[in-house]
Each structure stands twice: as structure tokens, then as C-alpha cells.
Design a protein around this ligand. Structure first.
Ligand code: FEO
Ligand code: CA
Ligand code: CA
Ligand code: CA
Length: 665
């Protein structure tokens, strides 16, 4: 969700109230040492302490390669330019295809899309709104095919001002973004359309003659919505705080909401992550009820920005105080079986899950890396109790129900620790209100607070590079971090453009990364923003004036181990479109980021996802046209259709090379 004009600052309202002690003192100590060495103290009157630290710690800001000399990057595409436009762009020699858009048919009985006559029933059979996570599962199952497969896509949230006609609002004669009050004018049918536009789509796709297209009547196509029944499993299943009047057992939930990014498992299932679930719930109990402190820590306030409680009782805290405890989880399902019941896996904790990606430890246990996307929240990993079984898929079916959740603490000296969230250990006892592991998981944020995890600058994707096992953390931004709150892992106050941390498990340098280990090392990979404008921006010295990025969000790696970083926020921080950037992670071209794709105005870039042969890059283009004051009637772009009367449509695109070939090669 873009940062500058959402109805409520979603990542603010639940934010960690008291990032302890960070760490100004510690920074100052470190700075004093360096300053003493370099004579830096007092330099740059406008710079904060952390800026000075960075200036001391890193090479000068990026400069273009002198005289057009060959860059050390392994990437072979011709970089495009930063700009803002109603259309998107790729480098010369590449092309963009639209694979599927909001409103396109997913199920065989889906009616043709008519945004002026939309119904909840139609939406439940059509591709949902605001696609985020996108993943490609080859067909047949278990193959490494790249011409035929299933697209699994999250539909994170809805944007009624762009979905429905007649909601345009003005203030002082100028169009403004839809406020909360207006959102509460939505009809019951519009609320039900919104519920149906959330969730996921699974769509069979095929490439023929170089063109990707959905298979219209595939029996594998599926919609999961805000109302699809799903099972709860793991330590919190059945707990009293998960029970509601519709579900006395606390084991069966309707729907999944605000599914942002995700991941997959070695056994071929989808992992989809519930992020800003707080927005959907409201009621007086938010401030007065028995769980008010928990609601506050998760950002559940007032009437909720969606206003759904007016039409659907389970979103009303005063009627169903436990319903929000059934959201904020990681959900697993089998994309190859359209009848499979999705499962909320409570062992992986309850927070605003951005994504959840896996790596395999040398002993075969599977490790899932996760970020809690809120200002001053944490980086987590889950380690399965048992090794996975590559020969027997049934043996892996409930592997995610047993294991240990950990939260990260980053130390000044480049070491890091993974602190286990286990009931009875350390402060996670009855004396602090935790009677069971179920409560540690339902209140994951409070448990992690007590363990003194490191409060981060909004952790989004956390993902291991399959080439060497180093793990990258996208920290999107945190403008609320004050100078006295900076620390070595979050080294910039008022961090508008974010940064990327590299976590190095033991053994990684020897090709045997132990992702299950309780400790590791970390480094800064890059610091976002525009060199020369944003203090502290840090890239490879050869990064061009087009190669800098702002607000890293999702990432992936190609077969050569190069990182591809998608951004969400550059329009509000720098007035340029969001995009997709690529860089080497090792060698002479390390952190030499280059701009590969530029989104249409208003959009963020999600995914990214490559086919197994690296010849197609799928991207989810989310909230195109969502600029300040844009409406159904007056969008800032009509991407991707550019038809009069048709609003912008979130869509999955496929980027390929003209004539075929490896992306970025
Ligand atoms: Fe939905 Fe953290 O972005
Ligand atoms: Ca998003
Ligand atoms: Ca995201
Ligand atoms: Ca984001």
C-alpha cells in the first residue's frame, strides 16, 4: 500500500511503542571511535549522528562509471531511465505482456467484467483486486517446465475509490483520496464485492508462440476469497481466544485477508501471508475490551478503516472480540488441488506477515524467513522440528505445525542471534501472562518485545539467495526513527528510502549455510535513496543516476544468484515511478543496482517471480493509478487497457526477451 495517502497510516497505528534503549548511546560510542580516527565529529552541520557514521563507514556516494567505461556488473541489459508515466517500460529488446487483470475470468462460470455492474458473485469467479505475491508452479507437478504452469496470486486489499463509480471526493475544489467516512458509505453489496476481491487466484497458464495466456476453463483454476473456509492448525488451534459464536471449536475460519507476499515449500505448496488484517475490524471494544492492549499492539483501533462491521457481524469487535485473533497468520495450501482446504499454520506466529520464504538447513530441516511489516517491528524465522522428506509428500503435510519460531537481534559487532519464542523459556512465562505456547503465538509481538528483539525499519521480504545461502532483508522505510533510535542495523534517522541487510548463516562462505543455527553474522547490502540527495545512500560506486532505488519491498534471485528488487514508495519519496532493479550480490558488481522495469503511475511493483529457466519474469502490478485524488472517473492512468471508461486494473504481467532468452543475461 502506498505510504502517503492511505486512510490510516496502516504501518503506524500498531507500531511498537517503546523501541527500547536503541541505541543512540551505542551509536555515539561507535561514532566517537571512528570520529576520533577520522576527525569527523562536527563535520556537516545538518547531518545527524547516524549520517556522520555512514559517511565514515562507507565509500563516497555512487558515481556514474567514468567515460562510459565497462561496468563490472554481470547484467547485460541496457538500463532504463527513472520517470513517471501512465505507461510502464522495460529495456530495449524486452517486451511486456498482460497475463491476467482484475475482473478477468478465473472460474468457468465467470461473467464478462463490467465495472459499472459488478456483483459479489461475479467478483468471486473473477481475478481479484490488488495482486501482490505471484508464484509459478510448473505443470506437470514436480517438473521444471517453463511453458505451462499455475500462477498463484495474492489479492491484498481493495481500493473502492478506483473500483466503484461515484465515490470521488473533493476538498477545496480539488479531488482527494477517499476518507474513512466515505468508505463507510459503501453498500452491503459493495462490502461483499470487496470481500470477494480479496484472497487469492490460482490460474493455469500456458505459453504458445511466445505469448502467455490463461487456460480459460481449467479444472485447476480457483478463487480463494475473504469467505473461503479454512482450517486452523498448530499450537494455537482450538485455543479459547480463537473461538467465536460461529466456530465454538476455534478451528475453522472464514477467509484470508490482506495477503501481501508469500512463498512456497519444498513439497510444492503455497505459503500466503496475512499482513494488515487490523484494518477490517472495529468496535468500542478496541479501547475498552479485555483484549484492548493486544488490539493496540496490532493496530486495531476505532471502527476500522474498511467499515465492514456495519454489514458483517464478525468484523465487529463488540460482537466477536476473538475474530481478529484468527487473522495475522501464515496460510498454506496445495495449488495443484482445487479442493484442498487452506490451513492457517499458527506455529509461525501472528503478526503483520509480509512474506515467508524457505531455505533448507544441512540436516534437512526447513527454515522459513519472515518480516513483520511495521515500523519498529521484527525479523523472524521458523525452523521445522523435523527434516522434510523429498520422497514422501504426505510426510510433509503437517511439517509446519511443529518447530520453533525465533526473532532476530542484531548486534553492533556484526553478530546476530535468533531468540526462540518458546513458552516457559526466559520471560515467556505465566508471570508475564503467557499460560501456553498458544498465547505466545497469538501475542507474538508482545513475546518478541519481551525478548528484546531489534526493532527494524519495516521488514518486508526476507529471502535466501539459493546460490550461496546469504539471506536478504528488505527494510522498506521508517520515517519515524529518531536520531537517538538509530542502531547499526537501522543506521539512518527518518529513513524514508529504506535499506537492505544481508544475513550470513554459519557455513555460508563454505557453501553449507546452516539456516537453522541460533546465530550468524550480518552486513548492510545497500542503503536506499538518491545519492547526493539522501544522506547515507550507499550502493556500488558504479551505480548510475538511474540505478538508485527507494523503498525496497519484494525480491527474488535468478539462477545466477543475482538479486531482483521491487520497490513500493518511490513516487512519494522522490516523485519517480516504482520499479524493478537488478544487481549482483557478489564479485566486483556487488550492489551495482540497475533499473529494469518502471511501473505505471500510482503502482507499486510486487512479485517478482522467474520461471525455472529464467526466460519469463512475472510481476504483479498493484494499485495502478492510485495517485492522490484519483478516482474511478478520473484515474491517473487507465493502464493496462487504456480504454475510455475502463478504470486502471491491477494485473500480472510477463516480461520476456524479444525472440526469447534469459532475463537480464
Ligand atoms: Fe503489503 Fe508490507 O507490504
Ligand atoms: Ca502491497
Ligand atoms: Ca509488500
Ligand atoms: Ca510495501
Amino acid at each position: 500500500m502506498p505510504d502517503d495517502h492511505k486512510p490510516i497510516e496502516i504501518e503506524d497505528i500498531g507500531s511498537n511503542p517503546a523501541p527500547r534503549e536503541p541505541i543512540g548511546a551505542l551509536i555515539e560510542r561507535r561514532l566517537s571511535r571512528r570520529a576520533a580516527l577520522r576527525g569527523l565529529l562536527g563535520a556537516g552541520a545538518a547531518a545527524t549522528l547516524s549520517d556522520q557514521l555512514l559517511a565514515a563507514a562507507v565509500p563516497a556516494a555512487a558515481q556514474p562509471a567514468p567515460g562510459g567505461a565497462a561496468l563490472p556488473s554481470s547484467l547485460g541489459f541496457r538500463e532504463i531511465a527513472h520517470r513517471m508515466d501512465e505507461r510502464d517500460a522495460v529495456p530495449e529488446g524486452y517486451e511486456i505482456q498482460t497475463v491476467i487483470r482484475w475482473g478477468d475470468a478465473v472460474l468457468p462460470d465467470a461473467p464478462a467484467f463490467d465495472p459499472l455492474r459488478q456483483t459479489a458473485a461475479a467478483q468471486a469467479a473473477q481475478f481479484g483486486y490488488n495482486n501482490d505475491y505471484v508464484d509459478f508452479f510448473p505443470l506437470p507437478r514436480g517438473s521444471r517446465g517453463a511453458e505451462h504452469g499455475l500462477l498463484a496470486v495474492n489479492h491484498e486489499y481493495t481500493d473502492p475509490q478506483l473500483m466503484f463509480a461515484g465515490l470521488r471526493e473533493e476538498k477545496d475544489g480539488k479531488a482527494v483520496s477517499l476518507g474513512e467516512g466515505a468508505r463507510r458509505r459503501l453498500s452491503r453489496e459493495q462490502t461483499m464485492i470487496e470481500l470477494a476481491a480479496h484472497g487469492m487466484s490460482i490460474v493455469e497458464i500456458r505459453r504458445q508462440d511466445g505469448r502467455w495466456a490463461p487456460v480459460r476453463d481449467s479444472r485447476l483454476n480457483r478463487r480463494i476469497t475473504g469467505e473461503t473456509p479454512m482450517r486452523v492448525s498448530g499450537p494455537a488451534a482450538g485455543h479459547a481466544r480463537l473461538r467465536t459464536s460461529a466456530d465454538a471449536e476455534g478451528r475453522l475460519v472464514l477467509g484470508t485477508l490482506n495477503n501481501c507476499a508469500g512463498g512456497n515449500t519444498p513439497w510444492g505448496t503455497v505459503i500466503t501471508c496475512e499482513e494488515n488484517f487490523n484494518q477490517y475490524f472495529g468496535g468500542a471494544a478496541a479501547t475498552t475490551g479485555a483484549q484492548a492492549a493486544m488490539y493496540k499492539r496490532y493496530g486495531i483501533v476505532g471502527e476500522g478503516s474498511y467499515g465492514w462491521s456495519r454489514h458483517v457481524d464478525r468484523f465487529d469487535l463488540d460482537k466477536e472480540p476473538n475474530e481478529p485473533n484468527r487473522f495475522g497468520w501464515v496460510v498454506e495450501y496445495d495449488p495443484y488441488d482445487p479442493q484442498s482446504v487452506p490451513v492457517k499454520r499458527t506455529a509461525l506466529g501472528r503478526f503483520k506477515h509480509e512474506g515467508c520464504t524457505h531455505a533448507i538447513a544441512p540436516d534437512g530441516r526447513v527454515v522459513f524467513y519472515m518480516g513483520d511489516d511495521e515500523r519498529f517491528d521484527y525479523v523472524y524465522k521458523f525452523v521445522t522440528a523435523r527434516a522434510w522428506n523429498p520422497r514422501d509428500p504426505a510426510a510433509n503435510r503437517d511439517l509446519l505445525d511443529e518447530g520453533t519460531l525465533h526473532v532476530a537481534r542484531f548486534h553492533e559487532d556484526g553478530r546476530m542471534e535468533w531468540l526462540p519464542l518458546v513458552h516457559g523459556q526466559g520471560p515467556l512465562t505465566a508471570a508475564n501472562g503467557f499460560d501456553s505456547q498458544a498465547e505466545v503465538l497469538i501475542d507474538t509481538r508482545r513475546a518478541a518485545d519481551l525478548l528484546k528483539a531489534t526493532p527494524m525499519d519495516r521488514p518486508e521480504d526476507v529471502q535466501a539467495n539459493p546460490a550461496d545461502g546469504r539471506v536478504y532483508v528488505m527494510l522498506t522505510n521508517n520515517t519515524r526513527r529518531k536520531p537517538e533510535q538509530v542502531d547499526p542495523a537501522n543506521p539512518r534517522a527518518a529513513n524514508a528510502s529504506g535499506h537492505v541487510i544481508e544475513m550470513i548463516p554459519p557455513g555460508a562462505d563454505a557453501g553449507q549455510a546452516d539456516h537453522a543455527a541460533p546465530e550468524g553474522r550480518w552486513e548492510i547490502f545497500l542503503i536506499g535513496g538518491r545519492p547526493g540527495v539522501d544522506a547515507g545512500a550507499q550502493y556500488h560506486q558504479g551505480t548510475s543516476p538511474e540505478g538508485w532505488l527507494s523503498c525496497p519491498d519484494n525480491c527474488t534471485f535468478d539462477s545466477k544468484g543475482r538479486i531482483w528488487i521491487a520497490t513500493d514508495g518511490a513516487p512519494s519519496t522522490h516523485g519517480v515511478a516504482d520499479g524493478l532493479y537488478a544487481a549482483d550480490t557478489t564479485g566486483e558488481g556487488r550492489a551495482l543496482t540497475r533499473l529494469f522495469y518502471q511501473a505505471p503511475t500510482g503502482a507499486e511493483v510486487c512479485g517478482p517471480c522467474l520461471t525455472p529457466d529464467d526466460t519469463t519474469m512475472f510481476l504483479a502490478i498493484q494499485h495502478p493509478g492510485d495517485d492522490k485524488g484519483a478516482s474511478f472517473e478520473e484515474p491517473s492512468t487507465r493502464w493496462p487497457d487504456f480504454q475510455p471508461g475502463m478504470p486502471p486494473r491491477p494485473a500480472i504481467i510477463a516480461i520476456t526477451r524479444k525472440g526469447g532468452g534469459v532475463i537480464g543475461s
